[in-house]
Design a protein around this ligand. Structure first.
Ligand code: ADP
Ligand code: MG
Length: 727
């Protein structure tokens, strides 16, 4: 066992007094290998001291604290080596008994006439209340009982009690807190507080114009806070630090993308700009105009645009993308548009040709249905520059040789925008890159996952869009709702019915990761499309032509069904969420969503987007199944109340956390340890701006005062973000 003076942050945990090799192995399961790891092993929660209660007001089973004087104390030892220590604590409101089993040492401190504060959960024993193994604080003669201590609660592993970890932590704090490297100089800590306050964020107990607490104080306060305000201040420090380190890395990466990569400068005269806009048969919305300006500005620079364009399906993203492609064409550069499906690729191609009806020879389509000779012809015309605008699905475009690729547009439809810049890199030039996504990303996710990407959003819908009415349905509406559905069908409209599951619960069919309708498989009493389909076809909507669609059907079956619906041969389509990405059917204006509580808001919103394609107003009724907890109802009410995809994404994120959003995505970023993107999103926004300002002023972080911070940035993010360590 080493003596305390030789402990360092890198000392193995096994050498801490009372740990040893066996316990060290168990601590390793918590990720604690060294003393430093323990210092940064933060509590998951805190125990606040129970309120002081008058003894005659104590209630059996209710936590309480009592301050008093010991008026009786007795240790009775048993022959077996076991012991009981009992004492009586008295104040002006009465007296209670306290008991400790097999802790004979208690007799040494809890002596006659000592003042103590005890806290715990009392039980009624005869006429008296009794505390078994209460927490005890011994008070000096004149000491006020005070509020008592706030105690840390750590995530635990087998064989440890909170008491053990608290003891270890306290020991290590005493030895090492003062020696821990401070990576945030005082000026920086002060700047963070100032910016947080400017953004109306409470940094906790910090003096006016004071800095965030320094590392040693923050470490003590996050483990053993003296009060709630100090705890918030300590937490704010660690959250800010963790997010700042990440945002500095992202800001450095943004910067390196601008200095290390070259892109063709695409500049267009105001006349060209106007001529391009003239080609659209409509006036751009304000949002579109704004994004067009952003893109125009990006393309003028000699490093690649790296922009994510978000907006609901139908918000007019593609029009903006076409603008970028046409601008490239006007400067004699090529562009490519990658669509997620053949159908969409063809649609984009047709639209481009329509816009260029006077001369569309320079527009090419690479589709899976081309014969070898045709395909070779297109590739040849791209290579020699005769085709300047190429459209295709992603898979087909990877090994295309361009003559001078200036702009690359990736339409990801319902995926999060994922950069694919390596795929289309030129030899010495990189194209400007625009990724379009119809899945709104909450701001704080965007600032991390896509921290090195510029983001544009279109929230406004082009004029003339029909409205969709959303109803959060009560069970007793069922009859009336289907009545309403029948009326719309009689008027000639078409109808979607969506349910979360394919078949009855028992069927554990192999799940196909490529279909996205496996949502609630395995849950009892969740509506399944097969059951609903049978009910509607045979009973409720027996007079109408009902079809079934789900992800387990063969691709050509699915296509045939979809086409039959598009033609009107099928009037009612019962489906899983596979219709999320589908063919537009403007005549479909009514949707019933069953088991809606099984879906995220973003997904519900996507589904609703299917029925605002035409001239008739849409109606969607949302039914739940099972007992729906209040917060789920709350979510669905938000869905009922707004049609804004971004608002919904933020609400989902606030209420359900990043969940699958981060899970589905290979973010490539190390997990955050202290900060929580949902809870700390406001701090994140502040810190992001600070990081950007810091890197703008000192791109390599050469400031001597920041050298430890810089080292931390590179240690944590350097490899993943390919940040060069110039040091
Ligand atoms: P997204 O790519 O976001 O799904 P699109 O760009 O394909 O949306 O636009 C959807 C439809 O709206 C298209 O038919 C398009 O021509 C039309 N559109 C786009 N912008 C406008 C506008 N400003 N005014 C009128 N119609 C528009
Ligand atoms: Mg689109």
């Amino acid at each position: 066992m080493s003596d305390a003076s030789s402990l360092t942050p890198t000392t193995k945990i096994q050498f801490l007094a009372g740990v040893g090799p066996q316990r060290a192995e168990r601590l390793a399961k918590l990720g604690i290998y060294t003393l430093r790891d323990l210092l940064f092993f933060f509590p998951r929660d805190y125990e606040h001291p129970a309120a002081e209660v008058a003894i005659d007001r104590l209630k059996d089973g209710q936590a309480a604290s009592v301050t008093g004087v010991i008026t009786d104390a007795e240790l009775s030892a048993r022959s077996s080596g076991k012991s009981i220590f009992g004492a009586v604590v008295t104040n002006e409101t009465g007296s209670v008994r306290i008991v400790f089993f097999n802790q004979p040492f208690r007799a040494d401190t809890l002596t006659f006439e000592r003042r103590v504060m005890i806290s715990g959960v009392p039980t009624q024993k005869g006429l008296r209340m009794e505390f078994v193994h209460p927490k005890v604080k011994i008070l000096r003669e004149d000491e006020a009982a005070g509020a008592g201590e706030i105690l840390p609660v750590y995530p635990l592993t087998d064989g440890f009690k909170q008491y053990d970890i608290r003891r270890y932590t306290r020991e290590v704090l005493e030895q090492l807190a003062r020696e821990t490297t401070e990576v945030m100089p005082e000026d920086l800590r002060r700047a963070v507080v100032r910016r947080l306050r400017d953004a109306s964020i409470d940094p906790g107990g910090i003096d006016h114009d004071g800095p965030l607490p320094p590392i040693d104080r923050a470490l003590w306060q996050i483990h053993f806070p003296t009060d709630d305000r100090s705890l918030i201040a300590a937490r704010t420090r660690f959250v800010s630090q963790e997010l700042l380190v990440m945002q500095l890395a992202l800001a450095m990466r943004r910067r390196s993308l601008t200095t290390d990569l070259n892109a063709p400068v695409i500049d267009a005269s105001p006349e060209t700009h106007a001529a391009i806009l003239d080609r659209f048969g409509f006036t751009l919305t304000d949002d579109q105009r704004q994004v067009v300006q952003e893109i125009r500005h990006d393309l003028r620079r000699q490093f690649p645009m790296n922009r994510l364009l978000q907006g609901d399906v139908g918000s007019g993203k593609t029009a903006v993308a076409f603008y970028a492609m046409m601008l490239a064409h006007a400067s004699s550069h090529q562009s490519v548009l990658m669509a997620p499906t053949e159908v969409l690729a063809r649609q984009h191609y047709e639209n481009l040709r329509h816009i260029h009806a006077d001369n569309s020879d320079h527009i090419g389509l690479l589709s899976g249905s081309l014969g070898t000779a045709q395909r070779r012809d297109v590739l040849q015309r791209v290579a020699d520059g005769r085709v300047t605008m190429l459209v295709g699905t992603q898979a087909l475009l990877y090994d295309v040789k361009f003559q001078s690729l200036g702009v690359c547009v990736i339409d990801e439809q319902h995926k999060f925008g994922v950069r694919q810049r390596t795929a289309l890199r030129g030899d010495d030039m990189d194209p400007h890159c625009l990724v379009m996504s119809a899945t709104p990303i909450p701001r704080s996710i965007g600032m991390t996952l896509f921290g090195d990407v510029d983001m544009s959003t279109i929230r406004q819908k082009p004029p003339g869009r029909t409205e969709v009415h959303t109803y959060l349905a009560q069970d007793e509406w069922t009859q009336r709702w289907w009545q309403f559905v029948r009326q719309r069908l009689d008027e000639g409209r078409q109808v979607y019915v969506v349910a979360p599951r394919v078949g009855p619960a028992t069927a554990s069919a192999p799940s196909d990761p490529s279909n996205n309708d496996a949502n609630a498989d395995g849950c009892e009493d969740v509506a399944s499309v097969e059951t609903i389909y049978a009910q509607l076809r045979d009973d409720v909507l027996a007079d109408f032509r009902v079809g079934l669609l789900h992800g387990r059907m063969k691709p050509d079956e699915k296509n045939a069904t979809m086409e039959a619906f598009a033609d009107g041969a099928i009037q009612v389509l019962v489906s899983t969420t596979v219709i999320e990405v589908g063919v537009d059917v403007p005549n479909a204006t009514v949707m019933t969503i069953l088991g809606a509580n099984r879906f995220g808001l973003a997904q519900l919103h996507q589904l609703r987007g299917r029925i605002n394609r035409g001239v008739h107003p849409g109606h969607v009724a949302v039914f739940t199944d099972g007992d729906v907890p209040p917060d789920e109802v709350e979510r669905l009410k938000i869905f009922e109340s707004t049609d804004d995809g971004f608002e919904l994404a933020e609400a989902d994120f606030r209420m359900r956390g990043p969940g699958d959003m981060l899970g589905k995505q290979q973010s490539g970023l190390p997990p955050l340890r202290v900060a929580d993107l949902a809870r700390d999103r406001e701090i994140l926004a502040v810190v992001r701006e600070l990081a950007q300002d810091m890197i703008d002023g000192d791109p390599e972080m050469n400031d001597e005062a920041l050298s430890d911070l810089r080292r931390q940035v590179l240690r944590r993010y350097g490899d993943r973000m390919e940040l060069a360590d110039g040091a």
